[in-house]
Design a protein around this ligand. Structure first.
Ligand code: F6P
Length: 363
């Protein structure tokens, strides 16, 4: 029989998304009511245990009184910068600060840690766990839905809902002005949001990084739509799609950090030139990460939170909770970080889209 922990830590790491608070609520509910444990919420991912005094708060059942089930973002705060193994210092150098994080976790006196993150965060947390002998369980979250070994990550459904709603609003204005409307969505190196929202929102063209396209083919497909008597079109493009020259379109932010962004405008200009159509571009950006979680993100987050605590109770560590075949299961964390889960170009959703006559700009 596994020895039951008394105190567990929880942190959120990487980009935020809708549903994180529902997972935190589920962890606290299960740990406190089910096992009588204490839960310490670490603030801003591993940054909270790098700072002195350590930034954390004790979480108890009172968190439910502030309605966090319905709340976007994360009450704990997060960061997608500050890898403790290569920490960016103010003088421009990078420093390995992993031992400081491990010392901080020891100082907290936690018996196990639940990390809510994506594949990048899991790779870092696993390394810390191995180095510091920390008992770790992972809960997958990311709007990109690219964590391996799980069909769904927290936040994906809400992002798709937002992108679909954007297409619902773009369609009437595209039709009114006879325009080609381009919607750029997030997803990092995977096209899951673009594909799902494109099908659900009635796109004519979906461009994703997993399928090579040409502007000329997209233009020809838009021309076909015209020949069938419709003078407008909806195009969804995933942010990591390369431009005409084969380069990713990225942006260096002042204050640090490079993200994808801008392929929509580059494509809009190229399509205006090749089709002669009037084009307009909408870049959805972080709207996809915020706001109330959908019912399904709340559901998955709740199931993940309860199962993560039950794993700790069973003494099962270095594992990630996952959604597979209509059930919550757990898999080795190594499987989750092995390779990012991209869109399968021969999978159900691509075949569905092609069956509907949606163009991927290929062939
Ligand atoms: O990984 C989630 C994500 O929203 C990606 O889809 C996007 O490329 C990136 O984070 C944006 O990062 P940031 O929050 O640093 O702008």
């Amino acid at each position: 029989m596994a020895q039951s922990p008394k105190t567990i830590g929880i942190l959120t790491s990487g980009g935020d998304c809708a549903g994180l608070n529902a997972a935190i609520r589920a962890v606290v509910g299960r740990a406190v009511q089910g096992y009588g444990w204490r839960v310490l919420g670490i603030r801003h991912g591993t940054m909270g245990v790098l700072r002195r005094p350590i930034e954390f708060e004790a979480l108890d059942l009172r968190i439910s009184t502030v309605n966090i089930l319905r709340l976007g973002g994360t009450i704990l705060g997060t960061t997608n910068r500050g890898n403790p193994f290569a920490f960016p210092m103010s003088d421009g150098s990078v420093l390995d600060r992993s031992e400081e994080v491990i010392a901080g976790l020891r100082e907290l006196g936690i018996d196990a840690l639940i990390g809510i993150g994506g594949d990048g965060s899991f790779a870092i947390l696993r390394r810390l766990a191995q180095q510091g002998d920390i008992k770790l369980v992972g809960i997958p979250k990311t709007i990109d839905n690219d964590v391996g070994a799980t069909e769904n990550s927290i936040g994906f459904h809400t992002a798709v809902m937002v992108a679909t709603a954007a297409l619902d609003r773009l369609q009437p204005t595209a039709a009114s002005h006879d325009r080609v409307m381009i919607l750029e969505v997030m997803g990092r190196d995977a096209g899951h949001i673009a594909l799902a929202a494109g099908i659900a929102g009635g796109a004519d063209v979906i461009l994703i990084p997993e399928i090579a396209y040409s502007v000329d083919k997209v233009a020809a497909d838009i021309e076909k739509i015209r020949q069938h008597g419709r003078n407008f079109a909806l195009v969804v493009v995933a942010e990591a799609v390369k431009d005409r020259t084969g380069q990713p379109v990225q942006r260096q932010h002042s204050g640090g950090g490079i993200t994808y962004g801008g392929i929509g405008h580059s494509l809009g200009d190229a399509l205006a030139r090749t089709t002669g159509a009037e084009t307009r571009v909408t870049t959805l950006g972080h709207v996809q990460r915020g706001g109330q979680p959908t019912w399904s993100d709340r559901l998955i987050a709740s199931a993940f939170g309860v199962h993560a605590v039950d794993l700790i109770a069973a003494g099962k560590y270095d594992r990630m909770v996952a959604w597979q075949n209509r059930a919550v299961v757990d898999v080795p964390l190594s499987e989750a970080v092995a390779a990012p889960q991209q869109v399968d170009p021969d999978g159900t959703l691509v075949r569905t889209a092609r069956g509907l006559g949606i163009s991927f700009g290929d062939g």
